[in-house]
Design a protein around this ligand. Structure first.
Ligand SMILES: Cc1cc2nc3c(=O)[nH]c(=O)nc-3n(C[C@H](O)[C@H](O)[C@H](O)COP(=O)(O)O)c2cc1C
Length: 217
């Protein structure tokens, strides 16, 4: 049986709340997001307050905090252009992904500074990170400012998935071969550990007889 420490959040300072929520919600996948600035510069930065939030159509959400009261470059670019690409961060891309989180000024492209190789966007103008095995080209659906205004949730609809052939059989993504990297609380990352298999107890949505078909837009 665990013995618990109870920590009410009323009056809690922001750094403590950050440490607790990041430690409690772990591991988190890392969205390595590319955007285009108004000057045409490609911006890249990692975000782990991120997940998928819908699958009809597929939608992703990422929380971008403000920095000293100002929008981060990624947030500014998403608002201005309505487009972003989520590149999945992996073990192979961890070092470059991590370095791209440094506080580069808006007129410096992390991509140029770190020599990150790009591929052109297909569904939109934002380039994709070549070394990442999955790119999801997104159109901004809506953004919602949360709580006291420090955090904003950006929700994007995926317009196109690009999946490396080496991790895709045409039906399923091979997560083990993808080697995703996860963010933990504090300055730590983790790779996949042991994998457990259990048979699915429900049909995936939209599959098989009697399933509710997805509504047409
Ligand atoms: C692994 C990792 C995850 C991060 N997750 C977030 C996040 O979810 N939200 C956020 O606002 N910043 C997050 N950051 C910090 C941003 O990456 C950092 O502020 C970056 O400089 C923003 O770049 P930009 O100004 O080019 O958008 C994270 C950093 C790292 C290394």
């Amino acid at each position: 049986m665990h013995r618990f420490v109870t920590i009410p959040t009323e009056g809690m300072d922001t750094p403590t709340a950050y440490r607790l929520v990041c430690g409690a919600v772990a591991p988190r996948p890392v969205a390595w997001i590319t955007t285009l600035g108004a000057d045409g510069r490609v911006n890249a930065a990692p975000f782990s307050s991120y997940n998928y939030v819908a699958h009809s159509p597929p939608m992703l959400a990422v929380n971008i905090a403000s920095r000293l009261g100002e929008l981060k470059d990624t947030a500014r670019n998403i608002r201005a252009s309505g487009r972003f690409v989520v590149n999945v961060a992996t073990q192979a891309t961890m070092e470059a992904m991590h370095l791209s989180a440094a506080d580069y000024p808006p007129d410096v492209s992390e991509v140029e500074a770190l020599g990150i190789e790009l591929l052109p966007g297909v569904a939109g103008p934002v380039p994709r990170i070549a070394a990442s095995p999955i790119h999801m080209e997104c159109r901004l659906d809506q953004f919602i400012t949360l709580g006291r205004g420090l955090n904003t949730l950006y929700i994007g609809e995926v317009l196109a998935f690009h999946v490396a052939e080496s991790i895709y059989d045409g039906q399923h993504i091979d997560t083990v071969a993808m080697q995703p990297i996860a963010r933990l609380g504090g300055p730590y990352y983790a790779a996949l550990g042991e994998i457990f298999h259990r048979p699915a107890l429900q049909r995936p949505p939209g599959e098989g007889p009697g399933a509710i078909p997805a509504k047409k837009p």
